[in-house]
Design a protein around this ligand. Structure first.
Ligand code: NAP
Length: 291
C-alpha cells in the first residue's frame, strides 16, 4: 500500500481521495477551503494538511485535481506548492483537465528534481468519481506509469498510457471534441421532435438502441425534455476545456469547425445565465430563440 497525498477535494477529488482510503492507502489531503478537508477526514480515515507542500511530505505519490492551468501551477510549483515537499523518486499525478503545455512543463520541472510526472485527466463525471468507475487518460514515462497504475485503479474503470507527457491531456481534448458535437446534435434532434409534435421520449426509447444511440442520449434525454440542467458537468467548465482544445488546434493545425461553433453556443448559454447549468443546456439555447 502507498503513502499518498490528494490535493483538491472538489466534486471529483473528494470521492476519488475517498476511494484511495478505501483501497487501503494512507491518504493526506489538502484543500484550499480547509473546512472541506476537515469534512473529508471525518468521513474517511486520513489526515488533512494546511499546505500542498505539507501534504506532499514523505508521500510516494501526490495526486492533484484542481480547476485549470493557473490553479495547477499554484498548488504544484507555487509558494508552498507540492513539489517543494516531495521526496526524491516520488511521483506527481495530475487529474486536472489542463493544457498539454502545462503537462510538459510540469514533467520537465519534476524531471529536473528527480521526481516522476503523469498527466491523467479523467472522464466519467461526478457519478464516475463517486462510483470509482472513471476513465483515466495518461501521458508520461512508462516506468513511472507502472508504479501509479495499480493505485489509480482504486477509482478507474479503464485507464491507459497513451504517450509521452501531455498525451493524456490531448486524449481528453479528443473526448471533449466528441462530446461538444454530440450534445449539440442531441439538442437539435429533441428540439426538432418537439417542433414536430412528436412524443420525444417515446422516439428516443426506440432510437437509443440504434446507430444514433449514445451515453448522452441514454442519460440526458429525459432531463433535457424536463428542462432540468443540474446533472453534472457545468457549462463554465466545458468552455474552459473547449478553450484548451481550440488553443491546441491553433498550434497543431487541426480544423475543428463544429467544436468552435459549439463553444460559441455555450457562450450564449452563459449569457442566458447558464454558467452552472450542465452541458446539455444547449437545448435551452435553441428553445430560448422561440421566446
Ligand atoms: P470543483 O468542484 O470546482 O473543485 C475544484 C477544486 O480545486 C476545489 O477543491 C478547489 O478548492 C480547488 N482549487 C481550485 N483552484 C485552486 C487554487 N488556485 N488553489 C488551490 N486549490 C484550488 O471542480 P471539479 O468538478 O472537481 O473538477 C476538477 C477538475 O476535473 C477540473 O479540471 C475539471 O475540468 C475536471 N473534470 C471535472 C468533471 C466533472 O464532472 N465535475 C469531469 C471530468 C473532469 P476550494 O474547495 O477551496 O474551492
Amino acid at each position: 500500500m502507498a503513502n499518498v497525498a490528494f490535493i483538491g477535494l472538489g466534486t471529483m477529488g473528494y470521492p476519488m481521495a475517498g476511494h484511495l482510503t478505501k483501497a487501503g492507502h494512507e491518504v493526506t489531503v489538502y484543500n484550499r477551503t480547509f473546512a472541506k478537508a476537515e469534512a473529508w477526514v471525518s468521513e474517511y480515515a486520513g489526515k488533512a494538511a494546511k499546505t500542498p507542500q505539507a501534504a506532499a511530505e514523505g508521500c510516494d505519490i501526490v495526486f492533484v485535481c484542481v480547476g485549470n492551468d493557473d490553479d495547477l501551477y499554484q498548488v504544484t510549483t507555487g509558494e508552498e506548492g507540492a513539489i517543494k515537499g516531495m521526496k526524491p523518486g516520488a511521483i506527481l499525478v495530475d487529474h486536472t483537465t489542463a493544457s498539454a503545455e502545462a503537462a510538459r512543463t510540469l514533467n520537465a520541472v519534476c524531471g529536473e528534481q528527480g521526481l516522476g510526472f503523469i498527466d491523467a485527466p479523467v472522464s466519467g463525471g461526478q457519478a464516475g468519481a463517486e462510483n470509482g468507475v472513471l476513465s483515466v487518460m495518461c501521458g508520461g514515462d512508462s516506468e513511472v506509469y507502472k508504479q501509479v497504475e495499480p493505485v489509480i485503479d482504486a477509482y478507474a474503470k479503464s485507464q491507459s498510457l497513451l504517450g509521452d507527457a501531455g498525451a493524456g491531456q490531448l486524449a481528453k481534448m479528443m473526448n471533449q471534441i466528441c462530446i461538444a458535437g454530440l450534445v449539440q446534435g442531441l439538442a437539435e434532434a429533441i428540439h426538432f421532435g418537439q417542433k414536430s409534435g412528436l412524443d420525444v421520449a417515446a422516439v428516443i426509447d426506440v432510437i437509443q438502441h440504434g446507430a444514433a444511440g449514445s451515453w448522452q442520449m441514454v442519460n440526458r434525454h429525459q432531463t433535457m425534455i424536463d428542462e432540468k440542467y443540474d446533472y453534472g458537468f457545468a457549462v463554465d467548465w466545458m468552455r474552459k476545456d473547449l478553450g484548451i482544445v481550440l488553443n491546441e488546434a491553433r498550434s497543431n493545425g487541426a480544423r475543428l469547425p463544429v467544436t468552435a461553433i459549439v463553444d460559441q453556443f455555450y457562450s450564449e448559454v452563459q449569457a442566458l445565465g447558464g454558467n452552472r447549468w450542465d452541458t446539455s443546456s444547449l437545448l435551452k439555447r435553441l428553445q430560448s430563440m422561440d421566446k
